[in-house]
Write a new protein. Structure first.
Length: 260
């Protein structure tokens, strides 16, 4: 299973991505987590020592080459890339980081998006294999086709209009890429009124809600302590809701299907 997690900046997509990865691993899955954000923070959410974050290896720029038919392919096998450029996070999660620009004026990361796209395509697809891509907080992962080979997309939204509208746009782009399974995750929901707002928006725009995560101060407290939400409090309500989200994903094969 290959999942991309998207959303507006601050929606909580990285917290959900990292917690999903830890919980999938705890269930016995072989989990590859890819940080596709040019401002990478997934390592912290996975439970990597925050003092090591700047030392996490990033993907090299020479991983792609042109094929005879004009396509692209990896210059090394997927297993070799995973072995030489990944970091092992808690619970055996393997982390790959797209890039961490260290200097201003060094140009765009277009080629790195292509690398991530090709790696997702090459990622293992066994019954117990799970790949989770934490995307950039912009539509670029869709416009560049970085998420094209994902089996499903979770768009994380907060219960207010700008966040939900961003989620709708990203869901539409995912559908345009031909991604078969799309669901939205309502995050930081404080009460029934906020949940109803997300439900009404989803219904009006032909979207399905794949999960609901309540507002939980443990998530902010974990960040202040520079710890992963799971390590800070594995019994936190938000962690439990993300675990329920996995139940829904597995029960439906991948995600709730987009209405035809």
């Amino acid at each position: 299973m290959k999942l991309a997690v998207a959303g507006k900046g601050g929606s909580g997509k990285t917290s959900i991505s990292g917690t999903l990865a830890r919980l999938f691993a705890r269930r016995g899955h072989d989990v590859l987590a890819i940080d596709g954000d040019s401002n990478p923070n997934l390592a912290l959410t996975l439970g990597v020592d925050p003092d090591l974050m700047d030392a996490v290896p990033t993907l090299p720029a020479d991983l792609l080459r042109r094929t005879g038919d004009g396509g692209i392919e990896l210059t090394r096998s997927f297993d070799e890339v995973a072995a030489t450029h990944s970091l092992e996070a808690p619970d055996g999660v393997r982390l790959l980081v797209m890039a961490l620009p260290k200097y201003a004026g060094t140009g765009c990361l277009c080629s790195m998006h292509a690398v991530v796209k090709t790696l997702i395509q090459a990622a293992p697809t066994g019954e117990h294999d799970v790949t989770i891509l934490d995307t950039e907080a912009s539509p670029e992962q869709f416009s560049r086709g970085t998420t094209q080979h994902a089996d499903g997309v979770l768009t994380v939204v907060e219960p207010y209009y700008k966040s939900m509208e961003t989620g709708r746009r990203m869901a539409a782009l995912a559908l345009d890429l031909g991604i078969p399974e799309i669901g939205i995750v309502a995050n930081k929901v404080r009460d029934e009124h906020e949940l109803e707002a997300v439900q009404e928006f989803a219904e009006a725009n032909g979207l399905r809600i794949a999960g609901v995560v309540p507002f939980d101060g443990n998530m902010q407290d974990a960040e202040r302590e520079r710890r992963s939400p799971f390590d800070f409090n594995a019994e936190a309500p938000a962690v439990g809701a993300i675990n329920d989200l996995i139940d829904g994903v597995l029960a439906n094969g991948n995600l709730n299907k987009v209405p035809s």
